[in-house]
Design a protein around this ligand. Sequence first.
Ligand code: NAD
Ligand code: GLY
Length: 384
Amino acid sequence: MSRSDEPPPTPASDHDIQTVRVELGARSYDIRVGEGLLAGAGEAIKPLAGGRRVVVVSDETAGDLHLDTLAASLAAAGVGGDAIVMPPGEETKSFEALSGLMDRLFEIGIERRTLLVALGGGVIGDLVGFAAAIALRGIDFVQIPTTLLAQVDSSVGGKTGINVEAGKNLVGAFHQPRLVLADVAVLETLPRRELLAGYAEVVKYAAIDDAKFFHWLEANGAALADGDAALRARAIAHCCAAKARIVAADEREGGVRALLNLGHTFGHALEGAAGYSDALRHGEAVAIGMALAFRLSVRLGLCPGQDADRLVAHLDAVGLPTRPTQIRGVDWEVDDLIRRMGADKKVADGKLTFILARGIGKSFITQDVARGDLAAVLDEAVSE
Ligand code: NAD
Ligand code: GLY
């Protein structure tokens, strides 16, 4: 594993760290949130490594920026390791990349007690989690999320997987990590666009069932996006606690966990239509998807228009897209979007599942949406 000559930054002290527990019986684990966790990751990982080498998997961008700190921390804790660096981008969540990763893992020589460490955003976390789920019928892994999106959402809850031609995340497994280390300091290197994409998932938690948090975000969201680390840590721990509660209640999405898909039925279809390209980041698709879910709710007479306006105004204010037409270079077609929604995992008995809202913080799950209403909302959205 590559090592820097620089001394590692000072690890976080315990009082700077907030710990959220995901209660899943024997598979329970901690999410630690704070500044400087990466530099102390070696000591945190050591008990899980059980004296064996670990394999850190990152992508070129996150790896260039943060792998040296992790490597130095593992070495300082006496944990030996190897590193595999994947290309960045959504294409890395593919069978091809998974196959390449598996070959590298077996070349290195993994065994049942080898620990994988995912250092990166949601792409690396989903890919490495899935590799850990299927390698040798399941090995342990640790998530070190380096994007805001991964820190508040994808690194928690054990959804792992890859994309296939038919749609996003259609091949995967539930496989919980042993530990999540969310170091707020690594977000300093994150481009603003990526930071905002993650912020969409932060707003999602508020829109689902936490109007008080939404109010807090209206007051603090801009400063959080501009770099206030204390606000970031507070919001990340709050979101992780919300996700931990939902995952503990419904790990495999038989019910309440589906609420976390607010904005995603629309969002995944938009991402697919954009070819999973850089034109539209996942979090941006979720922002547009939430706006569409609220507009559909208003059209169905379920949600006051002012709540939808307030949600859209906040997303707009921080600089997130709320309409498909803000995304350049994509030919949006309503029939194509509806067809893509039909290929989503959230279809049950041939019916689309939507997360709609009776207001901010009042989301619910329904399959009761007529195609005409859906088409009308999409028609308006792709023509404005
Ligand atoms: P990503 O992993 O592609 O990261 C975004 C970009 O930021 C990449 O180019 C990456 O190299 C770069 N990057 C990462 N950390 C950085 C840092 N600290 N500084 C600078 N650059 C950095 O994308 P993402 O938005 O983190 O995750 C999106 C993925 O997550 C999608 O595939 C989505 O389906 C998945 N997801 C999964 C879940 C789940 O529950 N498993 C939930 C939400 C999203
Ligand atoms: N991101 C949705 C979930 O974890 O269920």
